[in-house]
Design a protein around this ligand. Structure first.
Ligand code: GAP
Length: 445
């Protein structure tokens, strides 16, 4: 079994990710996040959000609609250019993305393939209640478009001045010809985007700034940061003037996690033209008027999730460890009474559990942590179970605890144990969960 198959199996067995609509035989390209998966995904998203909007003073967020006016996708160029070359096997009629094939033969049955036909991957739907009077619309093919639509609203409702950024985490939909590689290429997925609006003359320096910032962010959450690299595109998307990908280089299939795109004034100019609205910016001090240029950082939440899992998956002689960064692990800590049949131990362990969760009066740090409770089987089995889902610390309440109010804390990666006093336990755990901080001062700051 290769690592990807092991990850897919672990994800289902332990409740990270389930195949979509499984009881009906599944639906290709769709997945559901289970109890542990949603915790990890939410941790990831809030890290990204906090880092973008709290660490960078002039970045704000929005949460835009998934369905927009249909003209948006004409203006964006997607109706015309968001296409994949599709080929069909003349024998078994399976369809493939021509870009994925090395030779002109069906990978399933060896049959001859048709000439490639261009296939638009926007997902259409209809709105309206009267059968003959429905409006054709699209589910958004990329999340960023709503940021351009709200550019003027954000500007007018805030005190932001150029340069500034608007960010968003949201779903995007693509009718991918061949969804594959688990979460890597789906038909419904989530993106985290920043659109950075700046003066045309300052594009170069901001492009370099965001390239370095985004790489730094990914490096601070991956187990093996050396597996991350840049790839420069030669073939550019219809809107791009320069494009780099941040890649997970150890991936055995596609490697792209995030695109850093120099979009110039394409988006605001096109939406100005198609909507008839002036989307230019006027400098309040100099009176200078111009269409802001845009640098985009657009990453996949689900792809990051998948690559983090692949990067963290470790097999040792007698255990499987998911060496996830503590800030993204579904549980921060697990609490065990040494023996489940000793009421004193269980009672004390329950108290420690409540303190760590933050729902106890004596909790020292305000934040609420997701804490696991386990009193089944023996300690060895509990450790094994927590290692496999990436819980960075296991806290055991034993007989010594009843005497001196200390507990053992076992580190997931080293399996080493140390004694920590209950009064310091929460600060100890929180202190180990260092979240990413920005590295560089912004140009001109
Ligand atoms: N607004 C620019 C844009 O959407 P993109 O390179 O098409 O650019 C950005 O998408 C990111 O979204 C990718 O780097 C990838 O992480 C993620 N992504 C794109 N298509 C995906 C798919 N079918 N399934 C999962 N993630 C996808």
């Amino acid at each position: 079994m290769d690592t990807m198959d092991k990850i897919v199996s672990l994800c289902k067995r332990r409740g990270f990710v389930f195949p979509g609509s499984e009881i009906y035989g599944g639906l290709q390209g769709f997945y559901d996040f289970g109890p542990l998966g949603v915790e990890m995904k939410n941790n990831l998203k809030s890290l990204w959000w906090n880092w973008m909007t709290r660490e960078h003073d002039n970045v704000v967020g929005i949460d835009g609609a998934i369905i927009t006016h249909p003209k948006v996708w004409d203006a964006s160029g997607h109706v015309q250019s968001f296409v994949d070359p599709l080929v069909e096997c003349k024998k078994c009629h399976h369809r493939f993305k021509a870009d994925d094939l090395n030779k002109n033969a069906c990978p399933d049955c060896g049959g001859l393939l048709t000439e490639p036909k261009m296939f638009n991957i926007l997902v259409p739907t209809q709105i309206g209640v009267v059968e003959d009077d429905k409006t054709n619309v699209y589910l958004r093919g990329e999340a960023c478009q709503t940021i351009y639509l709200d550019f003027k609203n954000v500007l007018n409702s805030s005190r932001l001045k150029i340069p500034f950024g608007i960010c968003q985490i949201g779903k995007a939909f693509r009718n991918e010809v061949t969804p594959k590689n688990f979460l890597f290429r789906q038909r419904e997925f989530e993106q985290w985007d920043l659109q950075w609006f700046c003066r045309p003359a300052e594009m170069e320096q901001w492009f370099e700034y965001w390239k370095a910032e985004r790489m730094h962010w990914y490096k601070s959450i991956f187990t093996h940061p050396e597996n991350l690299g840049f790839y420069e595109h030669e073939k550019l998307a219809h809107y791009a003037k320069k494009a780099f990908d941040i890649e997970y280089t150890a991936s055995p299939f596609g490697k792209e996690i995030e695109g850093i795109h120099w979009r110039g004034d394409w988006d605001l100019s096109r939406h100005s033209k198609f909507s008839g609205q002036d989307l230019s910016y006027t400098d309040s001090e100099t009176g200078e008027k111009f269409v802001p240029n845009i640098i985009e950082t657009s990453g996949g939440v689900d792809r990051t999730f998948l690559f983090l899992m692949l990067d963290a998956y470790t097999e040792e002689k007698d255990r499987i460890i998911l060496k996830l960064h503590p800030s993204i692990a579904p549980y921060k800590t697990a609490v065990f009474p040494l023996l489940a049949n000793k009421p004193d131990l269980v009672h004390k362990a329950r108290k420690v559990y409540e303190i760590l969760k933050g729902s106890h009066q004596s909790s020292v740090v305000g934040s609420q942590l997701n804490i696991a409770w386990d009193d089944r089987g023996n300690i060895g089995k509990r450790y094994y179970s927590q290692d496999e889902i990436g819980t960075p610390y296991c806290v055991t309440i034993d007989f010594q605890t009843l005497e001196d109010s200390t507990v053992t804390v076992r580190d997931r990666d080293t399996a080493k144990q140390e004694r920590v006093s209950i009064s310091e336990l929460k600060s100890y755990i929180v202190g180990k969960t260092v979240v990413p901080r920005k590295i560089e001062r912004m140009p001109g700051a």
